[in-house]
Design a protein around this ligand. Structure first.
Ligand code: NAP
Length: 297
């Protein structure tokens, strides 16, 4: 047995391909490189990938170039369609010279998308790890995401250094993909309910002739308060909707929640109403604004 097989893998021995350098993918790529991994990064709009060029981070011209010699592929793309488009551009398992082993799928998708992702993984000779994250742009920048993970035990050691680089903790939930995505959707339902609840409370206050900030001030430090509520209330009161999580992605995830509810037969009134609010804001041309812009619905 060589020393390499005794020591747990560190980031220094890993080549990681990050596909998708949006609000989340870009800081995640930076943090993985900062932990010592060799990162190659690809993004559909090439300027976002080239902006990341630095020691340890190499922009790639296409997805196939990005994954060359990588042992971990990380996808942080908009949705299942984008993931399929990008992953189909990779060489198939039988034509791949040295197939990367692990695919950390960290974008938010729906439970119904999971079988398609598993088929893609099989076709490309990859082991799929379902690993969505909790936390928006700021925790992503700070490497403080909470990773929900489901995948074979045999892959944990190989991918843990990458997950440790992007997150403060990893919650391993299952040895097969699926459970992490289902939990992520349930958690997003709570995140959206909080955001819409804050928006309606502040909007009502304003319509009653009150300063909306009074709502946030009054609950501060009490049992109704959360840091998330304060952050979103501040954005709403100040009108600063710099995106941490866009309205476009909130529409996408709210639709996934409503679709999952239809499939399972549970009645989710708030999710449907919340989806309508986000769609109204999107129709105002504010798809790139932060989800706190539900205040403007
Ligand atoms: P984002 O800034 O909108 O980035 C989306 C990424 O997907 C970009 O790299 C975009 O490329 C790419 N993309 C979209 N359609 C594509 C296509 N057809 N082909 C190839 N690439 C495509 O979103 P984000 O906030 O980084 O989120 C990424 C994923 O993480 C989403 O699934 C989101 O729901 C999830 N998530 C986000 C947060 C958050 O707070 N932001 C938190 C947890 C999870 P271009 O740059 O070329 O458009």
């Amino acid at each position: 047995m060589t020393t390499d097989t005794i020591l747990p893998p560190s980031c220094r021995s890993l080549r990681v391909a990050v596909l998708g350098a949006g609000l989340m993918g870009a800081p995640m790529a930076r943090n993985i490189a900062a932990a010592g991994c060799q990162v190659s990064v690809w993004n559909r709009s090439a300027d976002k990938a080239s902006a990341l060029a630095a020691p340890g981070i190499t922009p790639a011209a296409d997805p196939a170039e990005a994954v060359l010699n990588a042992s971990v592929i990380l996808t942080m793309l908009k949705d299942a369609n984008a993931i399929a488009e990008v992953m189909l551009a990779l060489p198939d398992a039988d034509s791949a010279p040295a197939a990367p082993v692990c695919w950390l799928q960290m974008s938010t998708v729906g439970p119904a998308d999971m079988s398609g992702l598993e088929m893609l993984a099989a076709r490309k000779g990859l082991t799929l790890i379902d690993a969505p994250v909790l936390g928006t742009r700021q925790p992503a920048e700070a490497g403080q995401l909470l990773v929900l993970a489901a995948g074979p035990d045999s892959t944990k050691e190989a991918v843990q250094p990458v997950l440790d680089a992007v997150g403060k903790a990893t919650r391993w939930l299952d040895t097969a993909p699926g459970k992490a995505t289902r939990l992520k959707l349930a958690l997003n339902s709570w995140v959206f309910a909080l955001t819409h609840g804050a928006a309606e409370s502040l909007a009502l206050a304003r319509s009653l002739g009150l300063d909306p900030e009074l709502v946030a001030d009054t609950v501060r430090g009490g049992p109704l308060d959360t840091p998330f509520f304060q952050m979103k209330a501040q954005a709403m009161a100040s009108g600063d909707f710099t995106p941490a999580f866009t309205i476009d992605n909130a529409v996408k995830d709210s639709a996934l929640i409503v679709e999952a509810a239809l499939e399972t037969g549970v009645k989710l009134d708030l999710a449907e109403a919340g989806l309508n609010r986000y769609r109204r804001v999107q129709a105002q041309g504010r798809g790139g604004a932060d989800m706190a812009a539900t205040f403007l619905a």
